[in-house]
Design a protein around this ligand. Structure first.
Ligand code: ZN
Length: 417
């Protein structure tokens, strides 16, 4: 490892990083250690103010773009070089935990502080970014900040979205932007030389394998479908089975067939039917109509494409008595992270003698959009029992610090290329 990297890594302060998590967790705190910090809410504004107060103490410059993404910059020796970025989000699920998202922002900030204290000079500037509205709990869609920043969707597309109280994103955003007047306005699509996002794993693989660092290879692909089965309602006591058009019986046959389709000895394919509506939903009536959701995920583009294409024909074939309608509702291709960024993260973990593991991300992240515009990677750290999007979300101070050390070394490496 480079000598300046060693110095900076040694300055990563586990106690300080943990304290900052606990301080942030007080903003929007709910019972049982939970956090409710909706995007562009009063709590989100308070979190932004706190982050900017810390940035001011370090003389980091602060920018904000038109959707409220915040960028804290530590200067490089070449002021014209595109920055390397790191970060994540500060909003949470309505009953979220203390680490999802905020860890990536605080680990990035810790990395910059450690570099400052070690007197490290990097060629490129390094920026910590806090993306707006990653969770999508209050305003949909999710990962909105990175989506708009990278130009995947224009800002005008989302301004009229409303929350459950009828407040528009336009109004909530204006209030949020007004709360950070010291931030310089920045345009979307500003070029970045690289992006690394640190995050809790939100799954059990690292903990089960006894590893501290997840070197994330990409984000798996996702296909959603709504499947409708059209039958005929009849009396449960008087209608012989042979004469029925039972929509629920066919729905179950379809789900069984799809589960066989998704069967995977490697256990990498994810298949979920999480929602079902049965009509008339009465114990003594044969179901006339069933609607259910299908969520399929896999990291390999060929495999997820094959699965997605098979759903319609298989569903129609499996239904013995009823008509079937299959409607695709969401389609995200798998995203593969950059080989050089993956190597920088893996080398850092090796050099620090931290047990590590390559794995794909099961959940979506802002890194998915950044991967479209610059070399991107992610670092995972374990969370207790893999629990996330839950008040019980927990992580060990030592694991959070280990992730921040790997992040620090990898950022210095990328910022000198
Ligand atoms: Zn997150």
């Amino acid at each position: 490892m480079r000598e300046d990297s060693c110095d900076a890594v040694n300055r990563v302060d586990q106690q300080r990083l943990w304290q900052r998590h606990m301080e942030m967790a007080r903003i929007g705190a709910i019972p049982n250690n939970g956090v409710n910090r909706a995007a562009l809410s009063r709590e989100d504004i308070a979190a932004r103010r706190l982050l900017l107060a810390w940035a001011r103490q370090r003389n980091f410059t602060v920018c904000v773009d038109g959707i409220g993404n915040l960028f804290l910059r530590r200067a490089g020796s070449d002021p014209n070089a595109a920055p390397v970025m790191t970060g994540s989000h500060m909003d949470s699920q309505p009953r979220g935990g203390r680490f999802d998202g905020i860890y990536g922002v605080l680990a990035g900030f810790e990395a910059l502080e450690a570099m400052d204290e070690a007197g490290v000079r990097t060629r490129r500037p390094i920026e910590v970014v806090a993306w707006t509205n990653e969770e999508g709990g209050r305003f949909q869609p999710c990962t909105m900040g990175s989506m708009v920043f990278t130009g995947a969707r224009p800002l005008a597309d989302v301004l009229d979205v409303t929350d459950n109280d009828g407040i528009t994103l336009r109004d909530a955003l204006a209030e949020t932007l007004a709360a950070t007047p010291e931030a310089t306005k920045r345009e979307f699509k500003m070029p970045a030389a690289g992006y690394i996002e640190a995050h809790i794993e939100q799954g059990p693989l690292l903990e089960n394998a006894g590893k501290t660092i997840g070197v994330v290879t990409g984000i798996q692909g996702l296909r959603w479908f709504n499947i409708e089965v059209f039958g005929k309602t009849d009396h449960a006591g008087t209608t012989p089975l042979a004469l029925r058009k039972d929509a629920l019986r066919d729905a179950i046959a379809i789900i069984d067939a799809l589960r066989d389709l998704a069967h995977d000895p490697a256990d990498a394919t994810r298949f979920t039917v999480g929602r079902m509506l049965v009509t008339p939903n009465s114990p003594n009536s044969v179901a006339s109509h069933v609607l259910f959701s299908v969520d399929l995920r896999h990291p390999d583009p060929k495999r997820i494409r094959g699965l997605g294409e098979a759903v319609g024909p298989l569903a129609r074939k499996a239904a013995k008595f009823c008509d079937v309608k299959v409607t695709p509702s969401l389609h995200d291709d798998p995203c593969a992270f950059d080989a050089n960024v993956i190597a920088a993260i893996e080398d850092a973990a090796k050099n620090l003698a931290l047990p590590h593991l390559r794995l794909p991300s099961g959940a979506s992240h802002d890194a998915m959009y950044m991967a479209r515009v610059c070399p991107t990677g992610m670092i995972f750290v374990p969370c207790e029992k893999g629990i996330s999007h839950n008040e019980a979300e927990n992580a060990k101070p030592a694991d959070l610090a280990a992730g921040a050390r790997v992040l620090t070394a990898a950022l210095i490496e990328l910022a000198n290329r």
